[in-house]
Design a protein around this ligand. Sequence first.
Ligand SMILES: Cc1cc2nc3c(=O)[nH]c(=O)nc-3n(C[C@H](O)[C@H](O)[C@H](O)COP(=O)(O)O)c2cc1C
Length: 202
Amino acid sequence: MEFSEVNKNRHAVKSFNGEKINSDLLKEILTEATLAPSAHNIQPWHFVIVASQEKRAALSTVLPVNNAKQHESAGATIVVCSDVDLPERVIELVEIGGEFLAGFTKEALLEKMPLLFESYTESQLANYLALNIGLVAQNILLSANNRTIKTNVILGFDKTGVTEILGLDERYHPELILTLGYSDDEGKASYRLPVDFVTDIV
Ligand SMILES: Cc1cc2nc3c(=O)[nH]c(=O)nc-3n(C[C@H](O)[C@H](O)[C@H](O)COP(=O)(O)O)c2cc1C
């Protein structure tokens, strides 16, 4: 599909036919989505595909009724987490990916980046992570739509409950839940403010 088509016909779909999406396809989507840019190329995301019957049922208990219904009919549910342990992520990047920032040596990265992240206040860190998570999440929606898989984004959930149910390591914070699936419902174009209203040219 042309990008403009993929973008234009992506709409929130909140009811699916229950057909499962296999993990290989989900990983293809996630691989494509992780081409998203991130600050310092730190890639501070972690995905949990909630696949087992047991975990899926438990997840429903910490979602408001309408969001639980979406999740229950979805072919896949992905919890998109941020990684708050950025110093550790630097080490992983250097170990797994080699020199990920052009012009820096591994030693310089390991020395400087953790200090930078440790200097962030709690709200600076939260903002930094949320921005990066938003970018990768949008890519998941578009990548899925390109494969005729419908999606929705869920922010309304009990974060502590999700953390407990999924047994998340404390470094991972659940930020968004994405429901994906097949549906006859195409969704519909929702209103957007005129671009001139939301834009200044200075
Ligand atoms: C950050 C975020 C949080 C959202 N949370 C929910 C939610 O908890 N439940 C829900 O049904 N839809 C949720 N949505 C879906 C929005 O309602 C929907 O994307 C919006 O109305 C625009 O419609 P569109 O996606 O079809 O363009 C959320 C969307 C975003 C981006």
